[in-house]
Ligand binder design. Structure first.
Ligand SMILES: [Zn+2]
Length: 346
């Protein structure tokens, strides 16, 4: 497992080159897919999957961004401007034009009283959800190290607040079973299953992980990944796995990130969306899938370095269940809250 297997799309590279990168996938693995469809046809017939084979190709685009934090300085700006849309005003067109739009939601919502602490205790005003709706987010990951910052009530409220506002979530639930369930979105006849896991150990020690009878996030483990992806593959054509992991401010993925990313693809996922380091990490094409080790920040107030102000918008183009190509668009965050597409001259 060597890092040199990874395509070296590092932030400086991206800064120095064009903002969009296209990688066209070979069609050579199509026969393999067809074989798998045939061998699983009994199960899949019951779930009414694979109707997409017979018709003209269904084209779908997932747009994914990294950490979105609507608390701290971002929250203060939303409060001061009175406009929850403020963080998304400059990127809304790219976000909402996608068939499915994803982010890691790094801040839970508080219901009435905010639990306070130092600057590392996040809690977003419930009204801030209007920004996520405006930007067209369909699905967010909640499996991250801040999900429990507003306590058990804050976790439960965040789950219900998202549902009531028509935004899906994965990687968290009222108990461990529901936290590990895939969230399925059907677009143009294709079913996408979203799973999400936290791998930041400090949050597990704080008790933010879901248990048999307590809300929380899903924990990354080999067995969870294998079981959940296999289950999701029975329910959907495409499995997307979001993982909150790695080392903060490190531009290189750890051996552990690489191992688990490869496992996710080996178990049947098509796409791994990583976040938490707050800086961009490489993108890897691995077998039939793509791995974004860290998409970096998207809405965050870490203005103290060039690297923490830069993030990626990933666009993944699907034809039926095959990834046709991926693109990345670089953003730079301005004024502690607002990403704008950047030309690399920043
Ligand atoms: Zn984090």
């Amino acid at each position: 497992m060597q890092v040199f297997n990874i395509k070296p799309i590092k932030s400086r590279h991206i800064l120095a080159s064009v903002t969009a990168l296209s990688l066209v996938f070979s069609v050579l693995f199509l026969p393999a897919c067809t074989e798998q469809i045939a061998s699983e046809s009994n199960d899949l017939y019951e779930n009414e999957l694979y109707d997409i084979e017979a018709t003209s190709p269904a084209e779908n685009v997932i747009v994914a961004v990294g950490d979105v934090m609507l608390s701290r300085d971002v929250g203060a700006i939303i409060w001061a401007t009175g406009d929850p849309r403020a963080p998304f005003l400059e990127t809304v067109e790219i976000l909402e034009e996608a068939d499915i739009t994803f982010c890691n939601l790094e801040s839970p919502f508080y219901e009435e009283e905010r639990l306070n602490g130092d600057r590392l205790v996040f809690g977003a005003d419930p009204e801030a959800i209007e920004g996520l709706k405006y930007a067209g987010f369909d699905i967010v990951s909640l499996a991250n190290n801040h999900f429990g910052d507003q306590g058990t009530d804050g976790m439960s409220f965040t789950l219900s607040h998202l549902t009531e506002n028509g935004i899906g979530y994965s990687g968290a639930g009222e108990n461990e079973v529901t936290a590990r369930e895939p969230f399925i979105i059907e677009q143009n006849g294709v079913k996408f299953a979203f799973l999400a896991y936290n791998d930041v150990k400090s949050a597990i020690r704080k008790g933010y992980a879901a248990t048999a009878d307590r809300p929380g996030f899903a924990v990354l483990s080999r067995s969870n990944l294998k079981q959940d992806i296999q289950y999701a593959r029975e329910k959907a054509h495409i499995v997307v796995v979001s993982i909150h992991w790695g080392t903060e401010y490190e531009e290189t993925p750890t051996e552990r990130q690489i191992t688990y990313a490869h496992l996710a693809i080996d178990y049947g996922a098509s796409l791994v969306l990583g976040h938490h380091p707050h800086v961009i990490q490489p993108v890897e094409e691995y077998n039939d899938g793509y791995i974004f080790y860290s998409l970096g920040n998207f809405v965050f107030d870490q203005m103290w370095s060039e690297e923490t102000r830069i993030g990626l918008i990933a666009r993944i183009f699907f034809e039926n269940e095959r990834i046709e190509k991926v693109e990345t668009i670089q953003i730079t965050i301005y004024d502690s809250h607002q990403p704008q597409v950047s030309d690399g001259d920043f």
